[in-house]
Design a protein around this ligand. Structure first.
Ligand SMILES: Nc1nc2c(c(=O)[nH]1)N[C@H]1C(S)=C(S)[C@@H](COP(=O)(O)OP(=O)(O)OC[C@H]3O[C@@H](n4cnc5c(=O)[nH]c(N)nc54)[C@H](O)[C@@H]3O)O[C@H]1N2
Ligand SMILES: Nc1nc2c(c(=O)[nH]1)N[C@H]1C(S)=C(S)[C@@H](COP(=O)(O)OP(=O)(O)OC[C@H]3O[C@@H](n4cnc5c(=O)[nH]c(N)nc54)[C@H](O)[C@@H]3O)O[C@H]1N2
Ligand SMILES: [Mo]
Length: 809
């Protein structure tokens, strides 16, 4: 989230598109209800299904799964055509005026530089025109045909209301009604909050779905504002935290770029990653990259990381290629992986294409499952009738189970969707042999270290020299871990302008990442968490909910990263002169000397408005990007592409170009293209989702949850049910090109057929939670059906739009 949960109450319009918070985030959703009650805010839902969030909305519009960019592109076109833009904001705080390389082109669904064979782009032309000082050229009049504004306007002019209706199946009047709601928030004192989750991310165009909404929020001037922002409603209670700590293995903690094999030494690596300002006077905060990176090396390798050995740069593992979930299972499937440590993860149930995952697990020599429960994955080798048809005699994989405690049986912290880090206390002792994950990991590490010491081995140093200063070596405490990743001063940290002024004493915990140094005198395991455990102690344990702002900012409740800032880009909540766009919801204002108000400024606190330092300090431009340069795999502007399995013959936006049918830059592995089904055999769009009564594949093992939702079911509309002769309660078989499941049919008014360009398209809705292992009735795994392809940037699988057929079982 750029904003936070409580801040939803400050919105004038809550647009829920790509999520279903009433069911998946019922506790946080109370803030949407609060906004409706106290501000008469409107709630608008756009979803393929009339879900429970829709049931309390002021307006609901249906759309076909996988067509959101067509819808959002249509919104951009509407806002531009009807002059519903917050112009002063867009002029000052975005790159609308920047001039783009004349070589940048878009035609027939593809951007310049496409290489069909590699399914990727040469992004050379996706850049700005630079002047002799290396600054981007701009045209403040927005007239230059190569300026971002003109290019964007032309790009989205094709997204007419008629085109939206044709691609999305949303009735034109419904689409226009949603546009009217959104357009009202172009006024400087009106805001929309965008709430989304997997309905946007789990698509081959997932990242661009979100970027498209980010563009809309910029055009409306809603970023940085109370009640505004782009708000990802996150999943597991600590998934924000685990992402901050490099769950996504392409990056290091704090989203730091990870070195690759091509990076031979620290000097050239740091030079490459340190950005240069693209406009005069901008903060270009990424210039601090060396301070964050060197402090990380120092945290991990302590005294062994010296100036002379490049702070032990060679010890840092180097990225050798993709390491996302699909690539790992594909490598396993190809027999390239021997062992798999599966910790708090049930991939047989949760990863796309169960058959491929099961075959991949069968190629391992060993698998270690660390989980409180015996899961579908730990029993992937065991036959469960038609629900898991395997032959154990043919599976050599040796499976070890290490029972762990559960979150409530440990202390530690959770980071919520709003980036607020909150300490939690242990509630119960783990049963039986269960051990904390940290103890298991630490024991494994110490054993490895001992084996290296005894037997030797290639490149033992990174293991031998790893910092391990815990009081009980095999039981690092959560307190010690948090203090470690906060970081401390190894020598006095002095003011760069006055070396006699000591800012942090040697040995002290650091108060903020502003104190990090690139000379080896500071440590920090995760720069964005710096400040969470300062000399003041554990700031994540603070529970003072006083709120002088009335906005729900509660700055003494836990600790938000970065530096306890609650709303990101908050400098943009005030106009260029420093006056809040909406004084009733003041986040920041310029007091004449410093930035004051109700948040930690996302800016140097004394950066006077006259200095013209722009609010998007992490971008070398200083402004936000309507045109994303070379950062995305499939283009600087989001474009509609069909899901890899689509009910349509062609992309209605590019009917002549088969290369632009589905995301041209998405990675497809050998064999997976052939495993896609076509609309002739599989005419219905399937989408998968959650039920309030279950948590993934986990609570099916709990009797209480199993009583509430006992059995796998699928939802279909009344019209499809009639066509297929299926009655509510019938057992049905749902097939994709990768397998089938059987479940009970629920016939509902909440799912309706779409009219897509004159063609009737039905949706089949499939909850994800069932499987063969549990207290629920033994069932099939939903991911038997899903395709093994993901978003071109994050590789999140396309779980939310694929093709199936359905018949009475
Ligand atoms: N009770 C419960 N709560 C949970 C979880 C749980 O398992 N159970 N899981 C947690 C986790 S890890 C996560 S990540 C979150 C997920 O939270 P959500 O993403 O909100 O949950 P989903 O039910 O997967 O999907 C949300 C909505 O997306 C819609 N949708 C499907 N395809 C499309 C599309 O193409 N466009 C649009 N606009 N909408 C589409 C679905 O119809 C559904 O209503 O929930 C968390 N909360
Ligand atoms: N078709 C389809 N597939 C999906 C999705 C979808 O919408 N549609 N959603 C995807 C999403 S967003 C998610 S997050 C995944 C979820 O997929 P998974 O994360 O694989 O599923 P969970 O059932 O949440 O598995 C978590 C496991 O952690 C264990 N556990 C709990 N506490 C602890 C602990 O303290 N330590 C350890 N070691 N283990 C613990 C639980 O017992 C459980 O087995 O599914 C994904 N798969
Ligand atoms: Mo999730």
């Amino acid at each position: 989230m750029t904003n936070h949960w409580v801040d939803i109450k400050n919105a004038d319009l809550i647009l829920v598109m790509g999520g279903n918070p009433a069911e998946a985030h019922p506790c946080g959703f109370k803030w949407a209800i609060e906004a409706k009650k106290t501000r008469k805010a409107k709630l608008v839902v756009v979803d393929p299904r009339f879900n429970r969030t829709a049931s309390v909305a002021d307006f609901y519009a249906p759309l076909r799964s996988g067509s959101d960019i067509a819808f959002l592109g249509g919104v951009i076109n509407y806002l531009i055509a009807n002059d519903k833009i917050h112009k002063d904001y867009v002029k000052a705080y975005t790159n609308a005026s920047f001039l783009v390389d004349p070589g940048f082109k878009f035609s027939d669904g593809l951007f310049s530089g496409y290489n069909e064979e590699k399914r990727s782009y040469d992004k050379g032309s996706w850049s700005y025109q630079l002047d002799k000082d290396g600054y981007a050229k701009i045209d403040e009049s927005w007239q230059d045909p190569n300026c971002v504004w003109q290019l964007m306007k032309a790009h989205y002019a094709r997204y007419t209301p008629e085109m939206v209706a044709k691609v999305c199946g949303t009735p034109k009047e419904s689409f226009l009604k949603v546009c009217e709601y959104i357009a009202e928030t172009a006024a400087p004192n009106k805001t929309m909050t965008s709430l989304y989750a997997l309905g946007w991310t789990e698509h081959s165009v997932g990242s661009q779905n979100i970027r498209c909404m980010a563009m809309i929020q910029l055009l409306l001037g809603n970023m940085g504002m109370a009640g505004g922002g782009i708000n990802a409603l996150r999943g597991h209670s600590n998934v924000q935290g685990i992402t901050d700590f490099a769950l996504y293995a392409q990056q290091l903690p704090g989203y730091l770029a990870a070195p690759t094999d091509a990076d031979k030494d620290i000097k050239s690596f740091l030079e490459k990653k340190t950005t240069k300002a693209l406009r005069p006077g901008q903060m270009n905060f990424y210039q601090n990259f060396p301070k964050w990176y060197v402090s990380l090396q120092k945290a991990w390798w302590g005294d062994a990381a010296t100036k002379d050995n490049g702070f032990a740069f060679d010890y840092m593992p180097k990225l050798a290629g993709a390491s996302d979930v699909l690539s790992i299972f594909d490598q396993m499937y190809q027999g390239k992986i021997n062992g798999f440590l599966c910790q708090g993860f049930n991939p047989l149930a949760s990863v796309a294409n169960k058959k491929k995952v099961s075959d991949a697990l069968a190629k391992l020599k060993y698998m270690v499952v660390m989980d409180p429960l015996a899961t579908d994955t730990s029993e992937f080798w065991k036959p469960y009738g038609e629900f898991n048809e395997v032959d154990p005699a043919k599976i050599p994989t040796e499976v070890f189970r290490l029972p762990t405690s559960l979150f409530a049986e440990t202390a530690g912290s959770f980071t919520n969707s709003g980036r607020v880090i909150l300490w939690r206390w242990k509630a119960a002792e783990p049963p039986g042999d269960a051990k904390d994950d940290t103890e298991i990991m630490a024991t494994l590490f110490l054993k490895l270290k001992e084996m290296y010491a005894k037997d030797g081995g290639a490149f033992a140093e990174p293991i031998q020299k790893l910092t391990w200063a815990y009081r009980i070596p095999n039981k690092p405490s959560p307190e010690e871990l948090m203090m470690e990743y906060n970081g401390k001063a190894l020598a006095d940290v002095v003011d760069p302008k006055d070396a006699t002024k000591v800012l942090v004493k040697a040995g002290d915990q650091l108060p903020s990442f502003a104190m990090l140094r690139d000379d080896g005198t500071t440590t920090c395991g995760n720069w964005i968490y710096c400040g969470v455990w300062s000399q003041a102690g554990n700031n994540s344990a603070r529970r003072d909910n006083s709120d002088p702002s009335g906005l729900g900012q509660t700055l003494n409740w836990g600790f938000a990263w970065p530096v306890n800032r609650r709303i990101l880009y908050n400098r943009a909540s005030a106009d260029p002169s420093g006056k809040p766009w909406d004084p009733k919801r003041t986040v920041l204002r310029w007091t004449g000397k410093v930035w004051g108000g109700n948040d930690i400024p996302d800016m140097r606190p004394d950066a006077a408005p006259e200095e013209n330092v722009m609010p998007f300090i992490m971008n070398p431009e200083g402004v936000a990007r309507l045109f994303a340069r070379d950062l995305m795999a499939e283009g600087p502007f989001p474009e509609h592409y069909e899901p890899f399995e689509t009910p349509l013959e062609a992309n209605p936006m590019h009917p002549q170009n088969p290369k632009a049918k589905s995301n041209p830059a998405a990675r497809v592995y050998k064999g997976d293209m052939e495993a896609f089904g076509n609309a002739k055999d599989f005419p219905y769009v399937a989408t998968t989702y959650r039920l309030t009564e279950h948590f993934h594949f986990w609570t099916k093992q709990s009797l209480v949850n199993a009583i509430m939702q006992p059995e796998h079911f699928v939802e279909i509309g009344e019209e499809l049910a009639k066509e297929k002769g299926i009655a509510a309660g019938d057992r049905v078989k749902v097939r994709s090109n990768r397998g089938f499941i059987k479940a009970v049919a629920v016939v509902t008014k909440r799912i309706k057929a779409f009219d897509i360009d004159g063609k009737k398209v039905h949706t089949v809705g499939i909850p994800i939670h069932f499987g063969f292992k549990g207290a629920t009735k033994p069932g099939f795994i939903t991911n038997t059906l899903t395709p093994f392809v993901g978003d071109a940037n994050t590789q999140t699988p396309e779980y939310k739009a694929f093709l199936v057929n359905i018949e009475k079982a």
